[in-house]
Design a binder for this molecule. Structure first.
Ligand code: ATP
Length: 730
């Protein structure tokens, strides 16, 4: 059944490719026709006397006849037709293009006629069309205004033909003016405020309102400046091409535009100074009520939470604040308050959710200078820090990432932003994703991207892996791919993928692509084949970094059964969304805190080697936006080809030593099932000796389609026809 599905998919891909080739050929023939027509028309316009009867006829019919001087526009129109046919990314709108072209010639004739009358230009004329219809415009609008109307309509038709969106041009123009005015105003304000001051209250424990005032606007200004600087540095929609580039593939791949995404609401989040000061005072007085003398030193407003940095009176422990978190929540009328030590300021930060939070959009971060300027192909746009700064990190240096969080906390959205951030920077032949999604809910949207990879299949058949057993087998094969790369790199006397690719650039050899393995719900895999999965993950996590393989594991059940000691030890970078309990927070981060997050993308990121996590509001991207980016990529029909080593590994045999043994057991197992008319782990164990052997046989039986387990059931269905046929032909 599996084979049939694969064949169907293959033939579908083949048909698609054939259709595409046919369309490409048609476009090329049309382009050739239009460039020839353009040359001939230009020749006939410029030197009709050298073109015999045809030249004279052309001159008499068009230049001295129908269109007058507007005939000279014709070669340009034909040239434009050539351009849109040769440029494969341009959409062909044959009927409307023809209408705009005719309108252009008509209004060109009218414009020339109007010019000849208005400026008494004897050497131009509007031909029969100009002479017949211009009097009507002249009568209706008068000479000068009539000319203006004709020119405006002429420009309008030109814009339509050239696919220029006038409203966009006007909008961008007005936006630039508005931003210019805003920037000048900000500069004036900044000059007035002079250097940013950190307020200090020397008089007592009450924060002094006057001294607080310059602080809040300074933070907001800083963010706005960062935004406009980023906007200036590069066109937002065009992330800079990273330096590492595979030169062996010549496909003209286009990166998706950030403008496909929705605008980021946090670009200019508003802060109400009076409200912030009121809440600071409320916090101070609540602490005082519980006998904790403290001074609010800084207020750091952010898009989702505001941090109040407290200086505790000498002798007061930070735990005294942590102990009354719930009371603070009550008085401040908000849940999810978090207390963090800020050693660099000798302060205690109290993070309080804002009454109105704004969504952090992915667009705001991928347009941020730190993302645009990052050279790594594996740059991740995670979200924004509590003070509203874009937070960008590099998967290549982590080198693997462990993600956990309760259901609904924002894990899937987080995984989408991670995958999409890479899609904004990396060509399909530079980075590939091996996506394992036993939940089958979130990841199917990526099933056709040319970045997809599965070491068990050829490139054309690569799909999202949903079956836990297939996942276990694919991970094993990835270990083989990793070992193959090690051998290859050793032969090339390089230590890692960067050096290897640099060497290939010099020698013109084939480069290696990075492989990012994404597992959305590790728990589902661990349930089925814990030992196998753990072994593969351990080996990959320990060695894969140098050969460009990186793992991202996500789970909503961060228990020690799923995130085992072995896995944890090999994953120094952790990302925790809200957890259901403090214990879960400890499992994932080795500390408390994640249980007090707010959900919906609120997260703690622990970079490798860091002692304290950074709190971030994850970038949000809707499935609709993600789909648009994927469509943009898929529409380019990037050829799905793997670098040879990737498939060479074991694909022919497809099994390792243990599996080979199981293959030998296959025929006796099939005979047994056929005889007993049932299958189970116990039956196989009783006949073949051990549980492990029985598990391996079950896995082979399922992979070969002899048995299937329909979703939602726990019973194997047996394909007796297939079994009988196999036994007959064996
Ligand atoms: N960064 C974010 N900003 C704003 N809202 C978010 C963000 N991330 C998630 N959400 C909201 O939270 C909801 C749940 O998110 P998501 O589906 O990612 O959770 P999950 O942890 O994957 O849950 P499950 O494990 O059940 O699949 C989303 O539908 C969205 O409304």
């Amino acid at each position: 059944m599996g084979k049939k599905k694969k064949n169907n998919k293959k033939s579908k891909n083949e048909n698609k490719r054939k259709k595409q080739n046919h369309q490409d050929r048609n476009r090329e023939v049309s382009a050739l026709f239009f460039i020839l027509a353009s040359f001939i028309a230009a020749f006939l316009c410029v030197v009709p006397q050298n073109a015999g009867i045809i030249g004279r006829a052309f001159n008499n019919i068009f230049v001295n006849g129908i269109f007058g001087s507007a005939t000279y526009i014709l070669p340009f129109i034909l040239l434009w037709y050539f351009i849109i046919h040769i440029k494969k990314s341009a959409e062909l709108k044959e009927r409307t293009d023809f209408i705009w072209s005719v309108a252009l010639l008509i209004f060109g004739s009218l414009a020339f006629e109007a010019a000849s009358v208005l400026f008494a230009a004897a050497n131009v004329s509007g031909g029969w069309i100009g002479k017949t219809f211009y009097p009507f415009f002249k009568e209706l609008f008068g000479e000068a205004f009539g000319f203006a109307v004709i020119v405006i309509l002429f420009l309008f038709f030109t814009a339509r033909l050239l696919r220029i969106c006038i409203s966009k041009v006007v909008y961008n123009f007005l936006k630039n003016i508005k931003e210019d005015i805003k920037k000048r105003k900000e500069e004036k304000e900044a000059a007035a405020l002079k250097a940013p001051k950190i307020f200090e209250n020397k008089s007592g424990l009450l924060p002094e309102i006057k001294k607080l005032e310059p602080f809040v606007p300074n933070i907001v200004n800083k963010q706005k400046k960062e935004n406009s600087a980023a906007e200036k540095q590069a066109t937002p929609s065009e992330p800079q091409k990273p330096q590492v580039k595979l030169d062996s593939k010549s496909f003209d791949y286009k990166f998706p535009h950030s403008t496909i995404l929705k605008n980021d609401e946090t670009k200019s989040f508003h802060t109400n100074k009076d409200e912030l000061l009121r809440r600071a005072e409320l916090l101070r007085s609540t602490l005082a009520d519980f006998g904790i003398p403290a001074e609010v030193k800084d207020i750091i407003p952010g898009p989702v939470v505001t941090r109040y940095d407290l200086i505790l009176a000498p002798g007061i422990k930070i735990q005294s604040v942590t102990n009354i978190i719930e009371n603070i929540s009550l008085t401040m009328r908000t849940a999810s308050i978090r207390v963090v030590p800020i050693p660099e300021k000798a302060a205690v930060g109290v993070e309080v959710p804002n009454p109105d939070s704004v969504t952090v959009g992915l667009r705001g971060i991928v347009e941020h200078s730190s993302f645009i300027n990052s050279k790594s192909l594996l740059t991740l746009a995670l979200g924004k820090t509590t003070d509203g700064e874009g937070y960008v990190t590099n998967l290549a240096s982590m080198p693997h990432l462990l993600i956990a969080g309760a259901t609904g906390s924002g894990k899937s959205v987080g995984i989408h932003t991670i995958i999409l951030s890479v899609l904004f920077k990396a060509r399909p032949d530079e980075v590939k994703f091996m996506i394992i999604d036993p939940k089958r809910v979130e990841m199917p949207i990526y099933k056709d991207i040319p970045h997809l990879y599965n070491p068990s299949t050829s490139a054309a058949d690569a799909d999202i892996i949903t079956n836990p057993r297939e996942a276990a087998s694919a991970l094993k094969k990835l270990v083989t791919v990793m070992e193959g790369r090690y051998t290859k790199f050793a032969a090339a006397t390089v230590r890692n993928i960067e050096e290897y690719n640099a060497k290939m650039s010099e020698t013109g050899g084939e480069k290696e692509f990075y492989i990012v393995v994404v597992i959305d719900e590790l728990a589902d895999l661990m349930l089925v084949a814990k030992k196998e999965i753990e072994d593969s993950i351990q080996r990959l996590a320990q060695m894969a970094r140098a050969v460009g393989i990186h793992l991202i594991l996500a789970t909503q059940r961060p228990s020690v059964n799923v995130i085992t000691g072995i896995i944890k030890a090999n994953f120094p970078a952790r990302l925790s969304f809200q957890t259901t309990s403090a214990i879960d927070s400890r499992v994932i981060l080795d500390m408390l805190g994640a249980e007090n997050l707010m959900g919906k993308g609120d997260m703690l990121f622990l970079p490798p080697g860091e002692a304290r996590p950074v709190r971030l509001q994850g970038a949000f991207v809707s499935l609709k936006e993600a789909q648009k980016i994927i469509d943009f990529i898929n529409d380019q029909n990037f050829p799905r080809i793997y670098e040879p080593l990737a498939v060479a590994a074991e694909v022919s045999s497809g099994f390792n030593a243990a599996e080979e043994k199981s293959m030998k057991d296959l025929l006796p197992a099939l005979k047994l099932i056929n005889e007993r008319r049932r299958v189970s782990q116990d039956l196989l164990k009783a006949n073949f000796g051990s549980s492990a052997r029985a598990t391996n046989i079950l896995s082979i039986l399922e992979m070969k389609g002899f048995i299937t387990k329909p979703e939602g059931t726990n019973k194997w269905q047996i394909n007796y026809d297939k079994i009988e046929e196999y036994i007959r032909t064996a």
